[in-house]
Design a binder for this molecule. Structure first.
Ligand code: HEC
Length: 572
C-alpha cells in the first residue's frame, strides 16, 4: 500500500514537472540562438562548450544549475550575468544588456525550457523552475557540438582563427646566430641568458647581472614596447638566449623577439586562442623551444625558425579534456610536464610526465592520485578509484643535479572538500597537497611530504619548490596559502623546520618533531551542507590576506551563500 502511494505521488510529481516545462519559455528562438553564439565566444572557455563546467566554473546545465536557479526568476539570472560574468580579469558587464538577456535565454533553453513568441527582457519575472527542468535538449546538444570544435587540435585551430588568423607559423624566422642550448649550459646558468622559468634549476629567480643598481635605477628609460594580446589571462615567464627573447603571448602564441630592438623574429600560433587559464612558462633546450598549451599539448618549435618540430597530446581524451597552465622543465634531454583540470571523475587521472626532447615520445609518468595497488592508494577511505580526482601539478618543478631529483608541488584532492569527496579530513588522499621528489630518469617516487593532508580549504600547497643549501642542510623550501614556510631535507624528505609567516587558523598545531599538521577540531568534524572557514594569508602569488571558505557540494540555497562565495572569489 505504502509502495503504491509512493508510486502515485512520484507519478504526480512527474506530471507536474512535465506540465511545467510544456509551457513555452519567456524567450524567443532567435534570442537563444544569439545567446548560444555569445556563450561559445565568451563563456565556453571556462564553463566548457557542453556547459558541464570545469574547476570553479560551475556546470550551467543539470541538477547543479537547477538547485541554485530553479527558485529564482529569469530577471535575477540576467542581473547576475550582467554583474558577474565573464569574471575579472575580463570586465563583468562588458557584453552589454542585450547580450546578457540572450545568454540567459540560451541558458533557459539549455536547461529544457522551450522558446516561444514572447521575448525575454531584463524584467521578466518568470520563475526558472516553472519553465526549465535541467535537461539539456538533444537539439541544443547538437547545435553546440556542431558549432563548438571537438578535438583539441580542432579547438586550437578554431580558437586561433577566432583570435585573428589561422593557427600555425605566422612569421618564419631565420635566427642565424642561434647556438644550441646544452645540458652544461642549463646547469651553469650563463648570466647573459635566462634559460628556464625561474632562471636556474633550483628555482631561485635570481640574476647575477649587476649593471642596474640602486644608484642608477632612476635612469632607466623605455627602449621598446611589445603588445601582449588582450582577452584572457597570462602569467608568462620569457626566456632569453643569445639576445633573443622567447615569449609566450596570450592564447598559445609563441614569439621570438630581438631583445635589443623588440623586432618580431618569428611567430607561431600553436593554439588554442585565449582561454580562462593562464600560462606560466616555456623552456629551451638544444635547438628547440618547448611550450605546453592550455589544452594540454606539448609543442616543440625550432628556435631559429619557429617551425613546429613535434607535437604531443598529453593524456587520452575520451572522458574529457585536460589543461596545462605552466610549461615544462628540461632535465637531461627530457621534457618534464605537469597537468591541470584534474577535477573530473574519470578513469585516467592527471599525471606528471616526461617526454623525449628530440621527438616528444613519452618516457614515464607519475600519478599523484594513488589508485589500485599503488602505495598510498589506501589513504582515500572508501572512495573507489574512479571517484578520486585532483592532484593537479600547475607549477613547474625544480631540479637538484647532484641528487638527480626533481621536486614538484601537488594541488589538493577534488572535489575540494573532504565531505564532498566522501572522505574525512583524516583520509590523507595521497599524494595531494604534497612535495614529491621524483627520479627524473624513471619517474619513480623517492619520497613525499604532505603539507595539508586530505584538505578542504583550497590551501594550494602547490607552488614552487626552492632548493637552498643553508647551515649544512640541503633544504627544499615551499610555502602555500596558509603562509607556512616549510623546510625539508631534500635528500630524504625529512621535516627540518617550519615558520608561520602570517596568522592562520586552519591548523591548531604542527608536530615539532615530524612536521605533521593538525587541523582545528571543527574542520575535522565538518559535514556536508556546512560552511567551514579558515583565515589564511594568500602568500606566494598575491599578497593580500584572504578568507577561505567552502560550501560543500550542497546547493547554494541562500542568496547570501552565493554572495559570500563571490566575495571569496574576489579576494583570491
Ligand atoms: C574565466 C572563467 C569564466 C568565464 C569566462 C565565465 N565564467 Fe561563469 N563562472 C565562473 C566561475 C569561477 C563561477 C563561480 C562563481 C563563484 O564561485 O563565485 C561562475 C559562475 C557562473 C554562474 C553561476 C552558476 C551557479 O551554479 O550559480 C553562471 C550562471 C555563469 N557563471 C554564467 C556565465 C556566462 C553566461 C558566461 C559568459 C558570458 C560566463 N559565465 C563566463 C567562471 C567563468
Amino acid at each position: 500500500m505504502l509502495a503504491k502511494i509512493r508510486g502515485l505521488s512520484f507519478a504526480a510529481a512527474l506530471c507536474s514537472a512535465g506540465a511545467a516545462v510544456a509551457q513555452s519559455g519567456p524567450f524567443t528562438e532567435q534570442q537563444a540562438a544569439a545567446g548560444r553564439s555569445s556563450y561559445l565566444a565568451n563563456c565556453a572557455g571556462c564553463h566548457q562548450p557542453d556547459l558541464r563546467g570545469t574547476n570553479e566554473a560551475r556546470p550551467l546545465v543539470g541538477a547543479d544549475f537547477m538547485r541554485t536557479w530553479a527558485p529564482r526568476t529569469a530577471q535575477e539570472l540576467v542581473a547576475f550575468l550582467g554583474v558577474a560574468m565573464p569574471p575579472p580579469p575580463a570586465t563583468p558587464g562588458s557584453l552589454g544588456n542585450q547580450t546578457y538577456i540572450n545568454l540567459a535565454a540560451f541558458l533557459l533553453q539549455a536547461n529544457g525550457a522551450t522558446p516561444g513568441t514572447t521575448a525575454l527582457t531584463a524584467s521578466t519575472s518568470t520563475v526558472i523552475g516553472s519553465v526549465a527542468n535541467g535537461t539539456l535538449p538533444d537539439s541544443v546538444r547538437t547545435a553546440l557540438a556542431s558549432s563548438a570544435p571537438a578535438s583539441p587540435s580542432a579547438v586550437a585551430a578554431a580558437a586561433a582563427a577566432a583570435a585573428g588568423g589561422l593557427a600555425g607559423l605566422k612569421l618564419q624566422g631565420n635566427i642565424e646566430g642561434f647556438t644550441p642550448v646544452t645540458d652544461a649550459q642549463l646547469l651553469a646558468n650563463p648570466s647573459a641568458d635566462w634559460l628556464m622559468i625561474r632562471g636556474n634549476y633550483r628555482a631561485w629567480n635570481y640574476s647575477e647581472l649587476n649593471q642596474i643598481t640602486r644608484d642608477n635605477v632612476d635612469g632607466l628609460q623605455l627602449q621598446w614596447s611589445w603588445s601582449m594580446t588582450d582577452g584572457g589571462w597570462n602569467e608568462p615567464a620569457p626566456i632569453v638566449r643569445g639576445g633573443v627573447l622567447y615569449l609566450y603571448n596570450q592564447g598559445n602564441v609563441i614569439q621570438a623577439l630581438d631583445a635589443a630592438s623588440g623586432e618580431l623574429l618569428w611567430e607561431n600560433k600553436v593554439g588554442p586562442g585565449p582561454t580562462g587559464s593562464a600560462m606560466r612558462g616555456i623552456a629551451i633546450f638544444d635547438d628547440k623551444v618547448y611550450t605546453a598549451t592550455n589544452d594540454a599539448r606539448l609543442v616543440a618549435l625550432d628556435a631559429r625558425t619557429g617551425q613546429t618540430v613535434w607535437e604531443t597530446i598529453i593524456g587520452e581524451r575520451t572522458e574529457g579534456d585536460f589543461q596545462a597552465s605552466s610549461g615544462p622543465i628540461i632535465i637531461k634531454g627530457k621534457v618534464v610536464q605537469g597537468m591541470g583540470n584534474c577535477t573530473r571523475f574519470r578513469k585516467e587521472k592527471c599525471f606528471i610526465s616526461a617526454y623525449d626532447a628530440r621527438d616528444g615520445h613519452e618516457i614515464w609518468r607519475f600519478n599523484p592520485v594513488a589508485t589500485g595497488a599503488e602505495p598510498g592508494a589506501d589513504t582515500w577511505g572508501d572512495v573507489s578509484d574512479y571517484f578520486r580526482a585532483g592532484g593537479d601539478t600547475w607549477i613547474t618543478g625544480s631540479y637538484d643535479p647532484d641528487l638527480d631529483t626533481t621536486y614538484w608541488g601537488v594541488a589538493q584532492a577534488k572535489p575540494w572538500m573532504a565531505a564532498s569527496r566522501g572522505n574525512s579530513p583524516l583520509d590523507r588522499g595521497l599524494y595531494t597537497s604534497s612535495t614529491l621528489a621524483l627520479d627524473p630518469n624513471t619517474g619513480r617516487l623517492k619520497w613525499h611530504f604532505q603539507h595539508a593532508p586530505g584538505e578542504s580549504l583550497d590551501l594550494d600547497e602547490v607552488y614552487e619548490r626552492v632548493l637552498v643549501d643553508v647551515g649544512g642542510d640541503k633544504a627544499v623550501f615551499t610555502i602555500g596559502k596558509p603562509g607556512i614556510l616549510w623546510k625539508l631535507d631534500r635528500a630524504s624528505g625529512a621535516y627540518l623546520d617550519h615558520h608561520e609567516t602570517v596568522l592562520q587558523n586552519v591548523f591548531d598545531k604542527i608536530d615539532p618533531e615530524t612536521g605533521q599538521p593538525h587541523y582545528r577540531a571543527d574542520l575535522i568534524a565538518h559535514q556536508k551542507n556546512e560552511w567551514v572557514q579558515g583565515y589564511v594569508h594568500h602568500d606566494t602569488m598575491r599578497s593580500s590576506p584572504r578568507m577561505v571558505s567552502w560550501w560543500t557540494s550542497a546547493p547554494w540555497a541562500e542568496a547570501t551563500a552565493l554572495l559570500m562565495q563571490s566575495m571569496t572569489r574576489m579576494l583570491l
